[in-house]
Design a protein around this ligand. Structure first.
Ligand code: ADP
Ligand code: MG
Length: 347
């Protein structure tokens, strides 16, 4: 799948937890479909989703990166009358300006060099379903003018085409910027904002969700445990870190942190280096760092990190294990494994 389209790899629906019930005095909901959360601000989001999903109005989801905007968009789609239709996601920030018109509207054969066949754009592919326009403020301004016309008429023309195509779609857009600020900065057309934001939904940052950070950590850990048939637990240190850390990368950062800690843990997950009384060092904040290209294997990345850490501490395994947040035994086992295996192709 090409990179500008997100791979909406479905999480299995959580089994535990009460169904959403926003009535006063109801037990705290633990999740809303695939969206984990029971905090008051998330319950408000669930309520908004429930109200807006069955209507066909355009929704603008606003929230920091990693806060779950795409998950909210999917949830709206799944609870809409279009649920049987496609959910097509496109990240406007990930497509070069020269290609975005063809990506959105498609093109006819021979309309430009290299167009050897006709191609349907996302507006056509989402027919009968929902089109998720992520990072809407990154769409070039001229393209926003055309978007407005499609939103108003449900009609558009393929690149090099002569006839209008009619496509019945619902648009859900998202941004991690303040949309009014984006209008002021000339990144978003004001008329587009008002057309898109018929129904705005603010997804709160993880640091404002209270206990949800622990709920989410436990959920991600349970998923890992299920997959690996293990029963690892969060350490007291990990629990303390969960509530202290401000999680600037939101749920995405948390999910990755759990994944990393899970790999390094024997039984108990540690989330930060247990420095002797020092403040935790976030990854990437030390002078020495490793470069892990996207596309690297997880085990390869882990090995690079372990070897770099060892080198940084001049081969002091005890210190390296401490910094990596794993036991000395785990570190020894990993190193033993590496000694048996050839080094991966050096990049
Ligand atoms: N409330 C949540 N419950 C479970 N998983 C979540 C939640 N919020 C986000 N995630 C997961 O975190 C990652 C980032 O979420 P995503 O929707 O892509 O964020 P955004 O679009 O705001 O950057 C995804 O893997 C998503 O499944
Ligand atoms: Mg996203």
């Amino acid at each position: 799948m090409d990179s500008q389209h997100s791979d909406h790899d479905r999480e299995p629906l959580p089994e535990a937890g009460a169904e959403l019930d926003v009535a006063e005095g109801a037990p705290a909901a633990e999740h809303f479909g695939a969206i984990i959360g029971g905090s008051a601000p998330m319950r408000r989001v669930f309520d908004m989703i429930e109200r807006v999903a069955p209507t066909d109005v355009t929704v603008l989801i606003i929230g920091e990166s990693g806060s779950g905007k795409e998950l909210v968009a999917q949830s709206i789609h799944e609870r809409s009358t279009r649920a049987r239709g496609p959910f097509v996601a496109i990240n406007c920030g990930a497509i070069p300006a020269t290609l975005i018109e063809a990506e959105l509207f498609g093109y006819e054969k021979g309309s430009f060099t290299g167009a050897s066949r006709a191609h349907a754009g996302v507006f056509e592919r989402a027919k009968g379903g929902t089109l998720f326009l992520d990072e809407i403020t990154e769409m070039p301004i001229e393209m926003q003018t055309r978007l407005l016309r499609v939103l108003e008429t449900q009609r558009f023309c393929r690149v090099g085409g002569t006839q209008d195509v009619v496509s019945d779609i619902r648009v859900v857009a998202a941004t991690n910027r303040d949309p009014f600020r984006a209008v002021k900065d000339g990144k978003l057309r004001e008329d587009v904002l008002y057309r898109l934001a018929v129904f705005p939904i603010q997804v709160p940052p993880l640091r404002d969700r209270g206990d949800d950070v622990v709920r989410l950590a436990e959920w991600f850990l349970a998923e890992r445990n299920d997959a690996a048939r293990t029963s690892k637990r969060l350490s007291d240190q990990a629990l303390a870190h969960l509530v202290q850390h401000p999680w600037p990368g939101n749920v995405r950062e948390l999910k990755n942190a759990i994944e990393r800690a899970f790999i390094l843990a024997d039984e108990e997950l540690h989330l930060v280096p247990l420095g002797a009384g020092t403040a935790p060092t976030p990854l990437g904040a030390t002078a020495a760092s490793i470069h892990v290209p996207v596309g690297a294997r997880l085990d390869q990345a882990e090995r690079s990190l372990i070897e770099a850490t060892l080198q940084h501490y001049h081969g002091n395994k005890r210190r390296a294990a401490q910094v990596l947040g794993c036991s000395l035994k785990t570190l020894y086992n990993k190193l033993k494994g590496y000694a048996r295996e050839p080094v991966w192709a050096e990049s």
